[in-house]
Write a protein that binds this ligand. Sequence first.
Ligand code: RNT
Ligand code: ZN
Length: 418
Amino acid sequence: MHNKMIYEAARERYAALGIDTEKAISTLLATPISMHCWQGDDVRGFEGATALDGGIQATGNYPGAARTPAELMQDIDRALSLVPGKHRLNIHANYAVFENGEHADRDALLPRHFAAWVRFAKERGLGLDFNPTFFSHPMAASGLTLSSPDDNVREFWIRHGIACLRISEYFARETDKKCLMNIWIPDGYKDTPADRQGPRRRFAESLDRILGAGYDRDLVAVSLESKVFGIGVESYTVGSAEFCLEYSAKHGLVPLMDNGHYHPTEVVSDKIPSMLLFADNIALHVTRGVRWDSDHVVLFDDETREIAKEVVRCNALDRTFLALDYFDASINRIAAWVIGMRNLEKALLNALLTPHEQLRALQDAGRFTELLAAHEELKTLPMGAVWEELCTRAGVPADGSWMDAVKQYEKDVFPTRS
Ligand code: RNT
Ligand code: ZN
């Protein structure tokens, strides 16, 4: 059957359930996801770093990792050309592109050190998000940054945070799109601490100082990302869930939930609706932890679908900053981006094609047998036909043939990188 006919049949099938597939397609195509630059080079950045620290790890040695800004940008272009919709790019501070022989340490970074990213984004109509980098740096060697008891260390990182606010404002001004600046610190302890509150008090004071420098809230939203543990910081993290929630609520920041940052049976999908009752905005790092915060590529799996469903049924697509966060070095990195982007989009499409009102009515009427049956029947509706139509309209491969483009690119480009 011709693709168009397959879509028409699907459209009718969904219409019978009261779902407008055309609306779902246009909503999805208007929903940006912030694609993380750091999947392209295993979070290495452009400062000549050899090892990633901060309790996170990219494992694997698949060839072809981008080594320069030009290579990373070329890879990002290839990836985005295989993903439907208009998206955003998430840049970390260790990806400054120094030009004209300049160099600056993290605490002295200036907007112009990111001019190359602004040019890249503007040429492509992409929005930009930003992240201070509180790891992979000699001043973070103790494992502590904004919570350090060492004044010098703390002051260095406070200056870094303030520098990043200016860069975020610059991103927003130049792209004419609001920039999300996300703060995550790796600070914590391997073993049982003797003082749990002191580091958190220092972290709060450091944040107060950074935010106290002021920033234009029309241009920049600042989010704070919590975490439960990291490699080498198994017993205690300063930026715990409670710390970040309370600090964000009190200071008008956006709470950011990374679904790899909770105890293994805790799910972010269940947190989203609660947060949305109280926070104007929330931010998500969609990832996949396997046994630990391993940052595997995002799948079209139950929890990703559940996360998307909550955002959609809380009617909060425009209140949620969506981003990906993973780094797999064991497979083709461009494919890793494409798979994760397409999967989060599929999860959102699935959510947009779900008859939430009918399901809610069943729940409220206590008709749980029918609810369970309906949930299970929905799983095999022809969502794939809608997805393929959407991809075709967006001018990207509708099926797995996008992998051929990645393989060709690997053949053409990677040999020059060894
Ligand atoms: C680490 C956090 C954080 C990082 C990025 C690279 O556990 O998830 O978001 O992944 O800053
Ligand atoms: Zn994260």
